[in-house]
Design a protein around this ligand. Structure first.
Ligand code: IMP
Ligand code: MG
Length: 173
């Protein structure tokens, strides 16, 4: 354990919840193929664990986005650093995100992907910080709802550190 990090969600709880979400997704899409779109880099650990526990065929793709111009209310201030590799028209798409904070990233991504005419488009997030929401987002699958703290581990970073921790922790100032 790192002394500047207090454990919020231990590894076994994360894995148990990931399995529950995978089962829910498997039921919701019974007999259908799914494409998971992992939002880099924070959602990587979550997406691979989730994908391995879903029963049906799963395709994976990746996007990397960053937001700039922190304070504007518009959703245009998102930059795509890496776009999808394959077309998603007619496919069942699940966006896999690490955490929803203001909702700015997902507000943009949802519309961006919806325009590409997938058969269905759902949002799955490991963590949700609803207190900080600016944009209204309809989340289909949530791992854990958490308080307004800065979180690291299991994919989430502070200055690129701590992504490899197997648990989710609060970074103390
Ligand atoms: P949003 O666009 O404000 O919803 O921000 C979402 C993105 O901000 C996430 O995908 C994370 O990359 C980052 N983020 C927000 N809160 C945290 C946190 O507590 N720890 C690490 N990254 C965070
Ligand atoms: Mg992110």
């Amino acid at each position: 354990m790192k002394e500047n990090i207090s454990i919020l969600i231990p590894e076994d709880k994360i894995q148990k919840r990931v399995l529950e979400i995978a089962e829910q997704i498997s039921n919701d899409f019974e007999g259908e193929d799914i494409t998971l779109i992992c939002i880099l880099k924070g959602a990587v650990m979550f997406m691979v664990d989730l994908a391995r526990k879903i029963n049906q065929n799963v395709e994976i793709d990746f996007m990397d986005v960053s937001s700039y111009g922190e304070r504007t209310e518009s959703s245009g201030n998102i930059k795509i650093n890496k776009d999808l590799q394959n077309p998603i028209e007619g496919k069942n798409i699940i966006i896999v995100e690490d955490i929803i904070d203001s909702g700015r990233t997902l507000n943009y991504l949802y519309r961006y992907l919806k325009d590409k005419k997938p058969a269905s488009l759902k949002i799955c997030t490991l963590l949700d910080k609803p207190e900080r929401r600016v944009f209204d987002i309809k989340v289909d699958y949530t791992g854990f709802t958490i308080p307004d703290e800065f979180i690291v581990g299991y994919g989430l970073d502070y200055a690129e550190k701590y992504r490899n921790l197997p648990y989710i922790g609060i970074l103390k100032q």
